[in-house]
Design a protein around this ligand. Structure first.
Ligand code: FES
Length: 293
């Protein structure tokens, strides 16, 4: 179980006091099975398969979008803005191949460059279920699960504090709601808010979809934000734990393959999204910023 805050060589430090955020000695593991973190209905006939040292093969009816995220006008939190829907042109098997190495000249699609550059896409991420990997942060109204898989997307920083402090100190419905807002918009699925009374895990419903997210303020292109419980299959056939949200690396630079670990910032990964020319789309309404406690 990770116990230290994530640091990056660019000098920033993800600020939070981990000493405060430990499980109570007398508390049992959180029961994440009370309510599935994947809202019903679960997706059918869709999957993402990892090709050895190559792309992600996306099978089935999965929409692909590109969003950019940045602060709202009041500078109180981050929000997603829809840039475009990407036409995918599946092959005769219903498959689309998305670049994983970061070197394609036809992003987000694979163009075979991974072979020329000798891409090493070995999967190294911990395959244990979230409930085994996550720490629990306790609060009076909601608890917070945290497995420390960070894309540095910063949705956890809110007007009234970061999600960890909000969770611990939120004794009003308004503050608890803000804690949930900061956790369920996290693209990696690192953070999960849990109702302390009934064990409900707060997750919003997504249709099976992949959102390419670009970090406008850092000036870099980010990972694939996979939504809606799309099964992820490893090269060896292993099916990772089904998750409503997870983020897959698309820069080829992660140290925690296949998942994003924010290395796209270190390597200044870029694509050709129109946001880099100042074109910012409308707020993406597929993200709900109003959880009901
Ligand atoms: S994975 Fe094929 S070009 Fe990147």
């Amino acid at each position: 179980m990770p116990t230290s805050p994530q640091t990056r060589s660019t000098g920033w430090h993800h600020t939070r006091n981990t000493e405060k955020h430990t499980r109570r000695n007398d508390q049992e593991e959180p029961d994440y099975s009370v309510v599935s973190p994947i809202p019903e209905p679960k997706p059918q006939d869709v999957s993402i398969s990892i090709i050895a040292h190559g792309p992600y093969r996306v099978h089935g009816d999965v929409a692909v979008y590109e969003d950019v995220f940045l602060h709202n006008e009041e500078q109180t939190h981050m929000e997603y803005h829809r840039q475009r829907t990407i036409e995918t042109h599946p092959d005769e098997h219903g498959d689309v191949y998305l670049c994983r190495c970061g070197a394609s000249s036809h992003k987000p699609f694979c163009d075979g460059t991974h072979e020329k550059i000798g891409f090493d896409g070995t999967e190294v991420a911990d395959r244990a279920p979230y409930a085994e990997r996550a720490e629990l942060v306790e609060g009076p109204i909601v608890d917070l699960g945290d497995d420390q898989r960070c894309a540095y997307a910063r949705f956890c920083h809110r007007r009234d504090g970061d999600v960890w402090n909000l969770t611990e100190e939120a004794d009003t419905e308004e503050l608890a709601t803000e804690a949930v807002q900061g956790s369920w918009l996290c693209p990696t699925g690192r953070l999960e808010s849990i109702n302390v009374n009934n064990g409900k895990v707060y997750e919003q419903h997504f249709d099976p979809s992949i959102v390419i997210i670009d970090d406008y303020e850092e000036g870099v292109a980010g990972p694939y934000f996979v939504r809606g419980g799309i099964p992820l299959i490893g090269v060896d056939g292993h099916r990772y734990e089904d998750r409503n949200r997870y983020a897959l690396c698309r820069s080829g630079s992660t140290q925690n393959a296949p998942f994003c670990d924010a290395m796209h910032i270190n390597v200044q990964f870029m694509d050709d999204d129109p946001c880099w020319d100042g074109e910012i789309g409308p707020v993406d309404e597929s993200f709900n910023d109003n959880p009901t406690l």
